[in-house]
Ligand binder design. Structure first.
Ligand code: ATP
Ligand code: MG
Length: 214
C-alpha cells in the first residue's frame, strides 16, 4: 500500500513543531509524501491573523528543501468553511487507485475533539488516522474518542481507511500562538521556525513585526 500523509492546520505561522512531527510520522509509517494543507476558514476557531497567501508562502519556504513535503492549497482554492471531510473526499478522487491510503495526521489535542468534527464517521471511510503524542505520556482520551481509539487502534495500517495509529514523536513545545505573542512583543521566532520563514515574517511585517528591507 502507498501512504500519503495529510497534515492539516492553520499554520499561522508554520514552525518546527509541525515540520519535525511530519518528518517523524512520514518515516515511521513509510509515507511517500506529506501534504501540508492550510485551512481557508477554520471551523473551530477564529479567522487566521494573516492571509491565506501569506500562510502558503511561509509553508512553501519551510518545506522547499524536503521534496517529500508538498504544499496543497486545496482548502484555500475551494473557499468557504474548511471541513476536512470535504478535503479528503476531493483528495480521494485525485488519488483514486485502491492501493493508496490517505493518512490524516493530528496531535492529541486535535484528536481529543475528533468526534465533534463535521461528519467524522465519513472521515474514517476516507482515511486512516495517525495520532501524534508526547513520548512517555499516556494518551489521555475520554468518551467517544477513547472508544473509537480502542476499537480501531493498530500498530501497522493493513486497510486503506478506518484505522487509528498512535505514534510517539519528539516533543517540541512550540506553538503558533506563542510565536504570534512573541512577535507582538518584538521577539522574532528565530530557531522556532526556519530562517527563511523568520525573514519573510520580518519583511512582510506579519503579526506586528517591524518591516525591514534587508
Ligand atoms: P495555534 O497555536 O495557532 O493553534 P498550532 O501551533 O497549534 O497553532 P496548528 O496549525 O493549530 O498549530 O496545528 C496543526 C496541527 O499540528 C495539529 O494537528 C496540531 O496538533 C499539530 N501541532 C501543532 N504544534 C505541534 C507541535 N509542537 N508538535 C507536534 N504537533 C503539533
Ligand atoms: Mg493549534
Amino acid at each position: 500500500m502507498r501512504f500519503i500523509g495529510i497534515n492539516g492546520g492553520t499554520f499561522d505561522p508554520i514552525h518546527y513543531g509541525h515540520l519535525r512531527a511530519a518528518l517523524e510520522v512520514m518515516q515511521k509509517v513509510g509515507m511517500e509524501q506529506v501534504r501540508f494543507v492550510p485551512c481557508y476558514q477554520p471551523v473551530h476557531r477564529g479567522t487566521p491573523s494573516v492571509s491565506a497567501r501569506q500562510r502558503c508562502d511561509m509553508i512553501a519556504l519551510a518545506i522547499e528543501a524536503q521534496p517529500q513535503f508538498v504544499l496543497d492549497s486545496i482548502e484555500i482554492d475551494r473557499g468557504g468553511p474548511s471541513f476536512m471531510v470535504d478535503t479528503l473526499a476531493q483528495l480521494k478522487q485525485q488519488f483514486a487507485d485502491e492501493q493508496t491510503s490517505l493518512v490524516l495526521m493530528m496531535g492529541t489535542d486535535a484528536y481529543a475533539k475528533f468526534c465533534s468534527w463535521h461528519n467524522w464517521q465519513e472521515i474514517l471511510n476516507l482515511a486512516n488516522l495517525v495520532v501524534m503524542h508526547r513520548p512517555g505520556e499516556k494518551l489521555d482520551l475520554h468518551g467517544a474518542e477513547a472508544k473509537l481509539f480502542a476499537e480501531r487502534e493498530v500498530k501497522q495500517f493493513s486497510e486503506a481507511c478506518g484505522q487509528v495509529m498512535e505514534l510517539a514523536i519528539t516533543q517540541l513545545a512550540i506553538s503558533s500562538t506563542a510565536i504570534r505573542a512573541d512577535i507582538e512583543q518584538g521577539v522574532l521566532p528565530d530557531y522556532l521556525t526556519p530562517y527563511r520563514v523568520c525573514k519573510y515574517i520580518q519583511k512582510q511585517g506579519l503579526y506586528g513585526a517591524l518591516a525591514k528591507d534587508s
